[in-house]
Structure formats: C-alpha cells, structure tokens
Write a protein that binds this ligand. Structure first.
Ligand code: PLP
Length: 303
C-alpha cells in the first residue's frame, strides 16, 4: 500500500531581528506562523539584547550574512509569503530591497519597525528615506501603527496639518497620503488612538483616486502584556495569506488571533526574577501565541 504524503505546509519567510526574550521579533514570528499552521523560515537581520524591561543593545548582522541567508532559503523553499520586521540599518535594508526586486514576490508584508516601544531605534535614521522611497512600493501591505504613520508621512514629505491621531474621520486623507508614497495597501493600526475601541483600518486604493476602507474593531484592553503585538499581527496576516486567504479575510483572522493572544496572555507568562519586596518586575509581558481557546472578538465591538 502506498503511504499518503500529507500536503506541505504553507511557508512564511520572516526577515527580522532576534529578540532573546522571545516576545517580539523573529521568535514571535516563528511562534505565530507555526501556531497558525504555517512553516516559518527565518532570516535574521540583527541580534538584540532585550527583556520585558526594554532593549539593551542592538547588533546588526553584516549585510552579506543576511544575503547568504536569503539565498539559502530562496534557493530551496517555495515561499508563499514574506514578512519584514526589524531591518536595522541601510546596508541590510538595501540587501533586502535588492533581493525583493530580483524575486518580484507577490506577497510581501512590511511591518515598518522603526523604534521599540521602550524607545530603542530598530532602524537607523539614515535608512528612513530609502525605506520610504524604495521599500514601501515593494510591499503588498504595510502594517504601521499611528506613530509609524506619522513618521513615514513626514519622512516622505507628505505634510499634515496636525499629527494623525487615529480617528475615523482622518483615515481617508491619511490613506491618500500613503498612496502618494506608492503604498499598495495598509493596515493602519489603532492601538495608540484615543478612540474607545481599538480599530484597525485596511485601506486600499480605489481608482481613480478614492480609497476602500475596511474597519476591524476590538475592545481596547488594559494589559501590560503587549510585547511583540506588531510582529505577531503582521506574521499572522502573512500566514493567513500564505494559507490562501484574501487580504480582508487575512486581516480579520489575524486581528481575532491577536485578540486571543492578548486576552489569554496572563496564562502564558515566563517566570521572572522577583524584586526585593517579592513582586515580579515585569514591565511588558509577552503574548499567548499558542492560545487554544480562540476567543472571538465580542460582536458588540464590531464597527
Ligand atoms: N525587537 C525586535 C527584534 C522587533 O522586531 C520588534 C518589533 O517591532 C521589537 C523589538 C518591538 O517590540 P515591542 O513590542 O516591545 O515594541
């Protein structure tokens, strides 16, 4: 009898920095992709020393080492989606751009990782204009949060009267400003907004000069366990796309997954050192990537 060979897993290549505390970066991507049924291929751009308190140091790898990893992966695997996170510096950015231009891949998700939430730069400032001019147009989708939208628009010369604050009325003009930078589609994440719900907006150009806007909302959670939410979200979108979902479906499912990883984060915290008064000194905990109870976003929080 011939043995039935199971179908291969959808592959997602993540190109990002290593987070030794495994809450963000490559390690978060790896967990997310596998939790959602994909196979993660990883290209490291940098080694960071960090923990729940913040990023202590960043060591970008030589660009040649990044290039060799890309070759090793792309020579052997059929990559269904590529997710970009921390790129570190201009040399690495240029290496990745060169590779993306050569392979002309149809599914590239760019999480514009510029600075950690603890304030550490994860992309050198001199790389910002190349990031905007050359990388953004190569992305199928970008996933900026509100501060990242402001930095990209300002860096790209799109003048806003006031900083973008994530309000619904602003989305259409912000979408146009992003399209002016040759952005193909964006999930504008509302985590930093002043609105009651955490609403993310998927914006796509709609000829001749409109925008299709789809909102995805969830309850805003008061939790300190948010380390690596951006990496996890973008990786989840990439994995759903690799599995064959449409962009809308992929964002919807990724948002639901992220919500579950946040709601159940408390049950999946690593043991920490205690302070002299016997309290744990966790500033920012990690997510529950292998959450089993896929908690649905309550209906009443839909837009
Ligand atoms: N470290 C690395 C390597 C990352 O790729 C990211 C992703 O944005 C971060 C840190 C940021 O993590 P945080 O959620 O703590 O801002």
């Amino acid at each position: 009898m011939t043995k039935k060979i199971p179908p291969p897993l959808p592959t997602v290549l993540t190109i990002s920095g290593s987070d030794c505390s495994a809450g963000a970066g490559l390690q978060a991507d790896l967990k997310t992709i596998h939790a959602l049924g994909g196979y993660a291929l990883t290209v490291a751009t940098a080694i960071t020393a960090q923990n729940s308190q913040g990023v202590a140091s960043v060591y970008p790898l030589p660009a040649q080492v990044v290039q060799q990893q890309l070759h090793a992966i792309l020579d052997d695997y059929d990559v269904q989606a590529i997710k970009l996170g921390m790129l570190g510096n201009l040399e690495i950015l240029n290496t990745v751009i060169h590779c993306l231009k050569q392979i002309n891949h149809p599914c590239v998700i760019v999480d514009p990782v510029l600075i950690s939430s603890s304030g550490c730069p994860l992309l050198e400032i001199n790389a910002l204009s190349v990031f905007i001019k050359e990388l953004l147009p190569l992305a199928t989708l970008i996933t900026p949060n509100i501060p990242e939208v402001n930095t990209l628009l300002e860096g790209g010369g799109e003048i806003l009267n006031l900083p973008f604050q994530g309000q619904k009325e602003e989305i259409s003009s912000i979408a146009q400003a992003l399209f002016a930078l040759n952005v193909n589609a964006a999930v504008i994440k509302g985590g930093h907004s002043i609105e009651t719900l955490a609403t993310d907006y998927l914006v796509q150009p709609n000829e001749p000069n409109g925008a299709t806007i789809q909102a995805y909302s969830s309850r805003r959670m008061t939790t300190q366990n948010t380390h690596g939410t951006g990496c996890t979200y973008a990786s989840a979108i990439a994995t759903e796309l690799a599995k064959g979902a449409t962009l809308n479906e992929a964002v919807k499912r990724a948002k639901e997954y992220l919500y579950s990883t946040l709601v159940h984060a408390e049950q999946a915290q690593p043991a920490h050192q205690k302070t002299p008064n016997q309290a744990y000194k966790v500033r920012k905990g990690s997510l529950n990537h292998f959450v089993v109870d896929n908690t649905r976003i309550p209906n009443n929080s839909a837009c």
